[in-house]
Design a binder for this molecule. Structure first.
Ligand code: ADP
Ligand code: MG
Length: 577
């Protein structure tokens, strides 16, 4: 039985195992390390997870979901056709797919995992992540902050001496900035700041909004498929700008063709509002440090940190260009794998100690005197306290003959309790007596996994304990969710399906004049897939992949040219069914 590390990302998820003295990424059934965090319900009721599902965001938006990580820990219900899911159930499907691919790769059952979460995730979001794992049938050995994982891996492989690093993780939907101190064998996160609604998606959106302005249309008014198609093209153009100076975006909506050229200068301008928010988070992280000290190294991780304009922006900010990790998209997963190795107590890792800080403050609602009309916060654990943290405070009765003391537990930074997130409540009985005579002592213990343990002892001897888990979900609800998700059949992830979904998506995107030929290609491919022998299937897949690559490349360079299809004799032959 193996323990794996999982980077459960908004956009992409990866799995990693520690063996033979190193962290090793686990490929999925398609041979890729990254699995798109996308889920699509197929016509037969089975569920497709990964890249093929992401293609269906465009062709079947009503039965496909992605980026649901941003809704973790909320009541949001995501409806996919006739099915509805909570965000943690969708994450559970992604986890199940990753675990099943890992089982295939490792040849043994996978039942335990270390999972990474953005440092800025609040308690609800952390609990939802644990819940997702439980629904997927995995025991979570530990949650680890994504930047801690990245720092752990960087430190381990780069063999850096004592130093202070800033880790900037700029992904698809979240930004995390952490300050990490490496001292002898200790890796300590000394400050964090983040924004769990800021990432590469915002850049894609900014490009799409600009595209619409240029073309006199509104993004929100576009049909869902056209909107998804435009966002995807915006993303593809954004990728292209790391290698070329300009990229073209074209959108076919009804009979009208819209177009725009994206240059680096324009992209930089469109990114400005996003980068301003990045800057704010960086400065917040700097301010959150307990002591001022020099930053020796800035490490960029996450897919969006590969953007050239992002590097330019940081260079202006810091006065020198930060080092982009060799594998910015994988480093979190590698770190989580390493952490799984530490959990399993692999000999060669025994010395590394990791500490984390609490990303937010925790406390109870309190009244200072009877005239208070709104309860305010009494913080027991302050933001940025080193974990595990444990604090105690005593509270007294406010009225004569008060029979009970009730504590509402909150998380957040607001002065008034009502501004913060309520996590739960706990009540203890006290013997009657004059105001201020009876009391209760509240103890908060917040552990490294982000689980809050609250215990209250009253002066009358009454005692209550509470483990704060997701207050919305009872054990029976968990069992029901688990049963429901277990029953769902995961469709096999295979290259053929991915190619087909991709072709169907392109079919929607290409101008009408190209549809007949693409349609023919699709039918030819389907026939081959169904009836061909393994060798001709393989040949057909290769041909299909080449054609789609060329078609996509053409769409992103010159939408007005009509010269895409080659009339190569060989290919003509292959088209004959
Ligand atoms: P997450 O951790 O949120 O799942 P990732 O770290 O995998 O996300 O990053 C995904 C984001 O990175 C997406 O918004 C994607 O557009 C962006 N991205 C990936 N590769 C590149 C690239 N080469 N250039 C620019 N952006 C990229
Ligand atoms: Mg990530």
């Amino acid at each position: 039985m193996a323990m794996i590390g999982i980077d459960l990302g908004t956009t992409n998820s990866l799995a990693c195992v520690y063996r033979n003295g190193r962290a090793e990424l686990i490929p999925n059934a398609l041979g890729e390390y990254k699995t798109r965090s996308a889920v699509s319900v197929l016509e037969d009721g089975s569920v497709l997870v990964g890249a093929a599902a992401a293609e269906r965001l465009i062709t079947h938006p009503e039965t496909t979901a992605a980026s649901f990580k941003v809704w973790m820990g909320t009541d949001r219900i995501i409806t996919l056709g006739e099915h509805s899911f909570q965000p943690e159930e969708l994450s559970a499907l992604v986890l199940r797919q990753l675990a099943s691919d890992a089982e295939q790769y490792l040849g043994e059952p996978v039942t335990e995992a270390v999972i990474s979460v953005p440092a800025y995730f609040n308690d609800n979001q952390r609990c939802a992540t644990k819940l997702a794992a439980r629904i997927a049938g995995l025991t979570v050995e530990r949650l680890i902050n994504e930047p801690s994982a990245a720092a752990l891996y960087h430190r381990h492989t780069a063999g850096r001496g004592d130093c202070q690093m800033m880790v900037i993780d700029f992904g698809g939907g979240t930004l995390d900035v952490s300050i990490v101190e490496c001292f002898e064998n200790i890796i300590e996160i000394t400050a964090i700041a983040g924004d769990n609604r800021l990432g590469g998606n915002d850049i894609d959106r900014a490009i799409a909004v600009h595209f619409c302005q240029e073309n006199g249309i509104t993004l929100e008014d576009l049909p869902p498929a056209a909107r998804a198609s435009l966002l995807r093209q915006a993303e593809t153009a954004k990728f292209a700008l790391s290698g070329t100076p300009a990229a073209v975006i074209a959108l076919q909506a009804g009979e009208t063709q819209y177009g725009m050229t994206l240059t680096c200068a324009l992209l930089r301008r469109l990114c400005d509002p996003v980068f301003r928010r990045v800057r704010e988070v960086i400065s917040r992280a700097m301010k959150n440090r307990e002591r001022e000290s020099r930053i020796d190294e800035v490490i960029l991780v996450g897919g969006s940190s590969q953007l050239t304009v992002f590097g330019d922006f940081l260079e202006e900010l810091f006065g020198r260009r930060p080092a982009v990790a060799e594998n910015p998209g994988d480093i979190v997963a590698l770190g989580v794998g390493l952490c799984a190795g530490i959990k399993e107590r692999s000999e060669d890792l025994r010395d590394v100690v990791m500490t984390d800080v609490c990303p937010f403050s925790l406390g109870v609602a309190t009244y200072n005197d009877t005239r208070d009309d709104m309860p305010h916060m009494a913080f027991l654990i302050q933001r940025s306290s080193m974990l595990p943290a444990c604090h105690q405070e005593t509270f007294y009765t406010l009225f004569n003959n008060q029979r009970a003391l009730r504590f509402d537990i909150y998380q957040g930074e607001g002065y008034y309790a009502s501004e913060n997130l309520k996590l739960g409540e706990i009540e203890v009985q006290v013997p009657p007596g004059p105001a201020g005579r009876q009391s209760a002592t509240v103890t908060f213990t917040y552990d490294i996994d982000g689980i809050l343990h609250v215990s209250v002892h009253s002066s009358g001897g009454d005692h209550r304990d509470r483990l704060i888990l997701n207050p919305k979900i009872s054990d029976t609800a968990l069992e029901r969710a688990k049963e429901r998700i277990e029953k769902i059949r995961l469709a096999a992830q295979e290259d053929g399906q991915l190619l087909l979904e991709r072709a169907l998506r392109l079919y929607q995107q290409v101008p009408g004049s190209h549809r007949a030929q693409l349609g023919e290609l699709i039918r030819w491919y389907q026939t081959n897939r169904e009836w061909g022998d393994p060798i001709s299937r393989e040949k057909a897949s290769r041909h299909m992949a080449e054609q789609l690559d060329r078609l996509e490349e053409w769409m992103n360079t010159d939408p007005l040219s009509s010269g895409f299809w080659t009339d190569d004799e060989d290919e003509e032959d292959e088209h004959d069914i």
